[in-house]
Design a protein around this ligand. Structure first.
Ligand code: AMP
Length: 173
């Protein structure tokens, strides 16, 4: 299936010069969304995973569906201030300022082997922070999965400490 044709490009969102990859058109299409989840299940079934970790917010869509199909739990990594119980946190630099992501301190442990999921890899800051949180919990990362990799940005290099699989690799803006 031509998944790239299911993703809508929105120019100049959220600010001028950014070509936003809108996945709502893909997940709204039952056939396309089902295809992605089936691909994920095929790739990760039987790998001994104990949890799927998804990054707020679009990582939740793919991660939660996959966790259900694999019959394992789903764990959210959220933006600062959203998780109600005790958390650990990691901050990272943005173009302007800083962002923080959090994980519940008791969500993962040393017996967990996780898949980390997000919709899109750009600079890799978000996924690097999420991966650090997972490892600080004592869990191990089987792989990082993204639907879309923007290969003209240095995200993959930033995540070189972990295996990374992208379903779609976009090479130009
Ligand atoms: P980064 O930390 O730079 O890798 O940014 C990744 C996060 O920002 C992902 O969760 C994406 O959902 C979002 N993002 C960054 N750039 C884009 C883009 N061009 N289109 C859609 N989402 C984006």
């Amino acid at each position: 299936m031509d998944l790239l044709s299911k993703i809508r490009n929105v120019p100049d969102f959220p600010k001028p010069g950014i070509q936003f990859k809108d996945i709502t058109t893909l997940v709204g299409d039952a056939e396309a969304f089902g295809f992605v989840i089936d691909e994920l299940a095929r790739r990760y079934r039987g790998k001994g995973l104990t949890k799927v970790v998804g990054v707020e917010s679009r990582g939740f869509i793919f991660g939660a569906a996959l966790a259900h199909v694999l019959g394992i739990g789903f764990v959210p990594v959220r933006k600062a201030g959203k998780l109600p119980a005790e958390t650990i946190r990691e901050s990272y630099e943005l173009e302007y300022g800083e962002a923080t992501v959090e994980l519940h301190v008791d969500a993962l442990g040393t017996n967990d082997r996780v898949l980390l999921v997000d919709d899109l890899l750009a600079t890799g800051g978000t996924l690097e922070a999420a991966a650090r949180l997972i490892e600080r919990s004592g869990a191990s990362i089987h792989e990082i999965w993204v639907l879309i990799e923007l290969a003209f940005l240095p995200g993959r290099a930033r995540l070189k400490a972990w295996p990374l699989h992208a379903e779609l690799v976009v090479t130009s803006e």
